[in-house]
Design a protein around this ligand. Structure first.
Ligand code: NI
Length: 177
């Protein structure tokens, strides 16, 4: 397995509409494994293919990416995921994204979603998700359409967050953080 290069805002690969995957073979499974390893290495709970520079409709996630107890990990691989139902109820959740390091903001999401996808073995699956899993799914599926969580914020909140991101990067470049 290998750790893949992570693409960060404002890289334009994050703004592409990703293509559907037509075949799940060993090469694709190797990519899925590498995506998952990259996600765990960066301590994320979800990762979408464009974040590693691949514009295909693929996400991996784990609502409990525990480092201490690997038996608690619940990795999921979703190919061509599609939200086929959304609840009326919405929730606010404080989200972050590996492509916007060290930033978080409250985003409104549907409380429950039903998602249709193809799994690691090429089998069609459907999952009814709520709370954290539903939020991760919505965040990651957004990535496949070139949408970032900051797009759901008001212009003011977005520009504040982007300024903080810029500051974080400057400090990091100077070795202060
Ligand atoms: Ni993200």
């Amino acid at each position: 397995m290998a750790i893949l290069k992570l693409y960060e805002y404002p890289d334009e690969v994050l703004r592409q509409k990703c293509e559907r995957v037509s075949k799940i073979d060993d090469e694709l499974r190797k990519f899925l494994d590498n995506m998952l390893e990259t996600m765990y290495a960066d301590k994320g709970c979800g990762l979408a293919a464009p974040q590693v520079g691949v514009t295909k409709r693929i996400i991996v996630l784990d609502p409990n990416p525990s480092d201490e107890d690997l038996s608690l990990r619940r990795p999921m691989y979703l190919v061509n995921p599609e939200i086929v139902w959304r609840s009326d109820e919405t929730v606010l959740f404080n989200e972050g994204c590996l492509s916007l390091p060290n930033q978080r903001a409250d985003v409104e999401r549907y409380k429950c979603v039903r998602v249709h996808y193809t799994d690691y073995n090429g089998k069609e699956q459907e999952i009814l998700a709520d709370d954290l899993l539903a939020i991760i799914l919505q965040h990651e599926i957004d990535h496949l359409d070139g949408v970032l969580y900051i797009d759901h914020l008001s212009r003011l909140k977005r520009s504040r967050l982007l300024k903080k991101l810029e500051k974080f990067r400057e400090e990091k470049a100077q070795g202060n953080s």
